[in-house]
Structure formats: C-alpha cells, structure tokens
Design a protein around this ligand. Structure first.
Ligand SMILES: Cc1cc2nc3c(=O)[nH]c(=O)nc-3n(C[C@H](O)[C@H](O)[C@H](O)COP(=O)(O)OP(=O)(O)OC[C@H]3O[C@@H](n4cnc5c(N)ncnc54)[C@H](O)[C@@H]3O)c2cc1C
Length: 389
C-alpha cells in the first residue's frame, strides 16, 4: 500500500501535535524544524520559539479567532480523554481568575468544567492580597499540561509511532522541491518569512516569567491543586497603556511558574520585539528586567492565601517569551492554499493559547486532509493512543 507522505514544518506544540495526529492516522510524516526544544539550553536567546515558555494551562487566554469555541471544545475534550488514559503530565487544577474591579463573565464561562462565580465560595479559599477588599471573579477546573513532562512525552510518542524529526531550516526557495504533496506549516513566527501572510499586522505579546524551582504544589483542603490569575487595580500593576495587568501562579512538579505580562509590539528581528514603553518598576533578575509586580504581588497572594513564602533572594529563573498573536481581530491562521502543485495547510498565530488549542487545530486540519469528521477521527486517535501509551 502506498502511504501518503506529509511534511510538517516546525516542532513546537502545533507541529508536534499535528504531526503525531497525522502519523497515528496512517500518514508517513516528517517534521522539518530549525530548532528543537530539547536542544536549547538558553531559552531566552529564542524568545520567538513560543513552545519553550508556556505555563501551560488549557484556557483560551490571549487568543483571537472566530473559530475559538469549536476549536477549544474539541481540544479540551481530547485533553480530558488523554488525561483519562493517564497521559504523562496532564493534571486537573482548580483555577481562579480574580479581579479587584468588577468584570463581566468571560465568553468561555460555559465551556469550563465546574465554573462558579467566587460569590458562591468562602472568602478564605479565594486568592487575595493582604490589602484586598472587594474581589470579583470565578473559578473552574482546567487541564494543566506540566510542560517538562507533557512535551517530552508527546515527542517520545511521536517518535515511537514512527514519526521523524529532521533538523532543517526550510527556505521559501526550497518549497517547490519538498518531497511531499501536502505540507503543514506550523512554523510560528517563521511563517512570515516562508509564506505570504494575508495580514499586514504581525503582533506579538511579550510574556515575563519567573520559575521558582523545587517549590511545593499549592493545594486546598480537598487536595485539589490550585492555580490563579489575579488582576489588581491598575494603580498596582498596569501595562504601558494603563490597563490593569494580571499576575499568575501555576504550580508544576518542578516548582512554580510565576507570571506575567502582556505587552504587545512587533517583531523587528526574529528575536527582538519593538515595544512602545517598558514597565515602570522592575527588578534585575539573572540579567533580565522583570516587572516588580510579578514578584511582589505573587509574594503577597501566596503568603496571605496559602502561607507560602516567596522572596527576591530565592533561586528564581527569569524567562521572556513571545506569544504570536498576528492580530487582535482574528489572528489564528488555520487555512490552506495551493502552491507549486502542493497543498499547504497553515496552523499558526495561536497567541497565548497554542497548547490550549493544539488538539483542536490538529483535528481540524486532519479532518480537512482526510475528509473524515472530527468525532470519527477523535475515536480513531484515542484507540491508537491506547496502543502506544
Ligand atoms: C509566556 C508565555 C506563556 C504562555 N502560556 C500559555 C498557556 O498557559 N497556555 C497555552 O495554551 N499557551 C500558552 N502560551 C502560548 C504557547 O506557548 C504558543 O501558542 C505555542 O507554543 C505556539 O506553538 P507553535 O508550535 O505554533 O509555535 P512555536 O512554538 O513558535 O514553534 C515554531 C517552530 O517552527 C520552527 N520553524 C520556524 N521557522 C522555520 C523554518 N523556516 N524552517 C523550519 N522550522 C522553522 C521553529 O524552530 C519551531 O520549532 C504561552 C506563551 C508564552 C510566551
């Protein structure tokens, strides 16, 4: 039998998940990639390679797409299925989104499991600062991908199922001679150089992180793991345009991931973002400039609510990565075009939700490539996973 060959460009979460999906559905796939996550020791030298940085919660934050609902729900249900199969690194968190100013419920409130406004909870369980007064927000269960476990497990799964990862930077002039009729473009910000992008706007959103290694899991009295996003008043922490900005904490097995920032700008070179203003107050940590709020506000919340300590003198690893938004209107590109007699499927521009949407986007593309519907594909895939995990 002749097996159709498919080339996937990029080995971030989009490339890996799409290639694995197609490989398990019977295609012969190869990933061409100029960088591989497990070969990179200094992540801060590759801020544009977004899959080095995700927190990685399965929540539709910082993403703009008309297809969001469908993609998210498919992705979320697939993550839950994988979790039921005990796939490495997938956990469920009780997540809080807390605000010091009143907020409308998010569009995704109906999509999340056990979504509840915090008015239904006892105040002691709600993440707060020592000076917090009225708080607003909600809580829900979310899938969390413990990145140092999940991403390598996914890579191993891909290789085990016969997938091939080849180190190679693809250039535009290489495209006509690539040895496959179907190409899947998951090259993230690399897409701007490789293909004509129909959007002029090419926005990225910077994200500052601090990793505190060896910190304990944060749990509540029911032993649920807790994570949070907390938005104080703009006077305590704001973006350069004056909008209130959130901080967050996601506990992983290897410590806490503390964030964050959401400053938008443009990539002037692959690894440099042009941004109008900088955060006013900052610490110098490990040679990088980190907004003080990430440390100070998280420290206050962690101490006040959970009795955990955080201090500038702790071992803290700073990271700065870019979420590739493209646009704040409809930034996700999930379409296809014909060029040089090949069909090129695009899968990029996932902003702050590339992990979140990874299965949704992979299944959407697989459905177009195979002409099978998504529930059918999802069933087939899960059967394959049963064999390899
Ligand atoms: C601080 C931060 C926090 C985040 N938190 C979350 C979160 O909690 N949840 C969530 O869902 N998402 C989160 N994200 C977003 C998520 O990390 C990204 O959406 C996702 O990693 C994008 O993956 P990708 O595979 O599309 O692109 P990338 O990870 O950027 O991968 C692109 C790949 O293409 C390759 N490539 C590029 N050009 C070429 C070329 N010419 N030839 C060959 N290969 C090429 C690169 O080497 C790389 O392998 C976060 C991002 C940041 C920065």
């Amino acid at each position: 039998m002749n097996v159709e060959k498919i080339i996937v460009i990029g080995s971030g979460i989009s490339g890996l998940t799409t290639a694995l999906t197609l490989q398990l559905l019977g295609y012969e796939t190869v990933i061409y990639t100029d960088k591989e996550a497990d070969q990179i020791s200094n992540k801060n030298a590759h801020a544009e390679f977004a899959s080095l940085f995700p927190s990685a919660s399965v929540i539709p934050h910082s993403l703009y797409s008309g297809q969001l609902k469908e993609l998210f729900r498919t992705s979320q249900s697939f993550f839950y299925e994988l979790r039921n199969q005990s796939f490495s690194g997938l956990r469920i968190h009780r997540h809080f989104e807390i605000f010091e100013l009143e907020q409308d419920e998010p569009r995704y409130s109906n999509w999340m499991v056990n979504f509840r406004p915090i008015t239904e909870l006892s105040p002691q369980v709600i993440p707060r600062r020592s000076c917090s007064q009225n708080l607003y927000g909600w809580t829900f269960n979310c899938i969390f991908a413990d990145w140092p476990r999940y991403f390598p497990a996914l890579t191993a799964c891909y290789k085990q199922s016969g997938g091939n990862i080849t180190r190679r930077k693809v250039k535009t002039e290489d495209l006509p001679a690539l040895p496959a009729d179907t190409i899947v473009n998951c090259s993230g910000t690399g897409s701007r150089e490789l293909f004509d992008d129909p959007l002029d706007e090419q926005l990225v959103m910077q994200g500052h992180l601090l990793h505190k290694p060896e910190a304990p899991l944060i749990t509540n009295s029911s032993d649920e793991i807790i994570s949070y996003n907390y938005t104080p008043k703009a006077s305590a922490y704001s973006s350069s345009s004056g909008e209130a900005c959130d901080v967050y904490c996601y506990p992983r097995r290897d410590g806490w991931v503390l964030g964050g920032s959401r400053e938008t700008g443009y990539l002037s070179s692959p690894n440099t973002m042009e941004c109008s203003k900088k955060h006013a107050e900052s610490y110098q940590i490990g040679g990088l400039t980190i907004p003080t709020a990430i440390l100070d506000i998280n420290k206050d919340i962690l101490q006040t609510t959970f009795g955990h300590s955080l201090s500038p003198s702790d071992k803290l690893h700073p990271l700065i990565g870019y979420r590739y938004l493209r646009s704040k209107e409809d930034g996700l590109r999930l379409d296809h075009e014909t060029m040089y007699g090949k069909t090129v499927y695009h899968n990029y521009g996932h902003g702050g939700a590339g992990v979140t949407l990874s299965w949704g986007c992979a299944l959407a593309l697989a459905s177009r490539i195979t002409s099978k519907n998504k529930p059918q594909l999802q069933k087939l895939l899960l059967k394959e996973f049963e064999h390899i995990t």
